[in-house]
Design a protein around this ligand. Structure first.
Ligand code: PRP
Length: 220
């Protein structure tokens, strides 16, 4: 049997993914070792490999088949536009892509003025303003701490992820418009999907069942 390889997004998403997989009996003890500099972890018994990568690299590994399965935020899947199959909404990592800025900026948005938009997600921002709102804007690609941009006067608004709203709140910014809902998704390489259909289908089906049970638990 060949190894089935998972590419997980470093950080909270990877932690939550492993917890979910553990409920299905898919574990990786090697991964739990603290302070290890190892990059790839194996479960010999189940013939599985796991590695951690930066979010935007996860769809790349999956498109090229270096990983069969990936777990990554929907924001990254849309932004990267890789040829992968999205097979499951994992239900965690829920947040929203939003247009944010100072409350006063709402007027500029409403009047369709030529505003500057700072974002880590130029493709999502462009699609939203040009195709959905039919509004011309100046896009400025940034790499993090996007909330700084309107504070220091780099841009009028930002397009960024809002989870709890704390970062906005603490910096005097508000959500002006909602672009789309986001959450962690499972993606699969199209060739792996065919070649390893049984194994992948079993994981997806079991996860779906687990999610359904969790949902029922919450409802009761
Ligand atoms: C994300 C996002 C916001 C923040 C939102 O940043 O870009 O800054 O989290 O979360 P909140 O609504 O709960 O405050 P992240 O911490 O991933 O780092 P980044 O600024 O480097 O993108």
């Amino acid at each position: 049997m060949r190894y089935l390889t998972f590419a997980l997004t470093k950080g909270r998403l990877a932690g939550k993914t492993m917890k979910m997989l553990e409920s299905l009996g898919i574990t990786c003890e090697e991964m739990k070792e603290k302070d290890s500099r190892k990059l790839i972890f194996t479960n010999e018994e189940l013939k599985l490999k796991f590695f951690l990568a930066k979010g935007p690299d996860v769809p790349t590994y999956v498109e090229y088949g270096a990983a069969d399965i990936g777990v990554v935020g929907r924001d990254t899947i849309i932004e990267e536009g890789r040829k992968v199959h999205e097979v499951l909404d994992l239900g965690f990592g829920k947040c929203k892509m939003c247009v944010c800025g100072r409350q006063e900026t709402k007027e500029l948005l409403n009047r369709h003025e030529l505003i500057r938009v700072a974002t880590k997600y130029p493709k999502i921002a462009k699609d939203y303003f040009y195709n959905k709102k039919h509004q011309t804007v100046e896009l400025i690609k940034m790499n993090g701490s996007i909330e700084l941009a309107p504070i220091v006067g780099l841009s009028e608004v930002i397009v960024d992820i809002v989870e709890t709203g704390t970062t906005l709140n603490e910096n005097g910014l508000v959500v002006l418009e909602e672009v789309c809902p986001l959450s962690a998704r499972m993606i699969v390489n199209p060739v792996s999907m065919r070649m390893e259909n049984d194994r992948i289908k079993k994981i997806v089906t079991d996860l779906r069942e687990l999610l359904r049970e969790e949902q029922c638990g919450h409802a009761n």
